[in-house]
Design a protein around this ligand. Structure first.
Ligand code: GLU
Length: 276
């Protein structure tokens, strides 16, 4: 069986020990199976992405001894592909325009009866006249995936959606997410749509990433089904914690690979520090 895995950082800060663990885990797995390792730059958030951080990603990974295929896919250069994927969902009425503000959504969630919808927002398209009036008035909106429509479209298959995480078969529960935003009026894609699209396009067979993204898989497998994309195997690995016992964040500057390198650590030290 072919094995293709990836590391997909966002260039919004310097990489830290948690990223090193993730990238090395994926790279080692590709090496061990004679498979492929691809690097993808997830820079759709152009407000926060910086070329300098992208350069720093290349430098850090190269220093760690990681090798990746060229050219590197940069998501910001492929927005039209995600828009085309969204369009197929629009045409099938699996997504709807949601004009509610963040505050209104928070209120709708807060007033929802307890149960599975507790955390997650669900809505539906407005009647056409109301929607047209808002569009004409130039109001902002988000494209939300309709769980109700997705369920109707897939029928019984919706309830038998599973994904492989490590060696376990997990039943997907997209309800956890509610009707997620897949794009905005002026912004062609969300992380979820772009990531799922690219994993398929790049032939990724094994998604190896931190367990903070395990919940996202519950939604991603639904998107794969709706977009008729192949489903990868997931491996969500443990997170590297900082000295305070909390998950490392990009703002923890002491744990960045750049800082550690400048302090004299070697790639072997980094491996040891993350338990590899
Ligand atoms: N770009 C995401 C991040 O930097 C990773 C997404 C993924 O691995 O699916 O957190």
């Amino acid at each position: 069986m072919s094995f293709v895995t990836r590391f997909a950082p966002s260039p919004t800060g310097h990489l830290h020990l948690g990223h090193a663990f993730s990238a090395l885990t994926a790279f080692d797995a590709a090496r061990a199976t004679g498979g492929r390792f691809v690097l993808r730059i997830e820079d759709i958030d152009q407000g926060r992405s910086r070329p300098a951080f992208e350069a720093s990603i290349f430098e850090d990974l190269g220093w760690l001894g990681i090798e990746w295929e060229r050219p590197v896919r940069r998501q910001s250069q492929h927005m039209s592909e995600y828009e085309a994927a969204l369009k197929t969902l629009v045409e099938r009425q699996l997504v709807y325009r949601c004009f509610r503000t963040r505050k209104e959504i928070a209120e709708a969630i807060a007033s929802a009866p307890h149960g599975e919808a507790e955390e997650a927002f669900r809505g539906e398209a407005l009647p056409p006249e109301e929607e047209n009036a808002k569009l004409e008035a130039g109001e902002a909106f988000a494209w939300r995936l309709s769980l109700k429509k997705a369920r109707a479209a897939l029928g019984p298959a919706y309830f038998t959606l599973v994904f492989e995480d490590e060696t376990q078969l997990v039943r997907a529960e997209p309800e956890k997410h509610g009707d997620v935003v897949l794009a905005r009026k002026d912004f062609g894609t969300s992380y979820h749509l772009a990531s799922v699209w690219d994993d398929a396009l790049q032939g990724v067979t094994h998604v190896i990433r931190g367990e903070d993204l395990r919940e996202a898989a519950h939604l991603h497998v639904l998107l794969q089904k709706l977009l008729k994309l192949p489903q990868p195997i997931y491996r969500h690995h443990r997170l590297i914690l900082g000295e305070d016992g909390k998950r490392l964040a990009k703002r923890d500057s002491a744990a960045t690979l750049k800082a550690l390198r400048e302090a004299g650590k070697t790639p072997a030290d980094i491996r040891a520090m993350v338990g590899l």
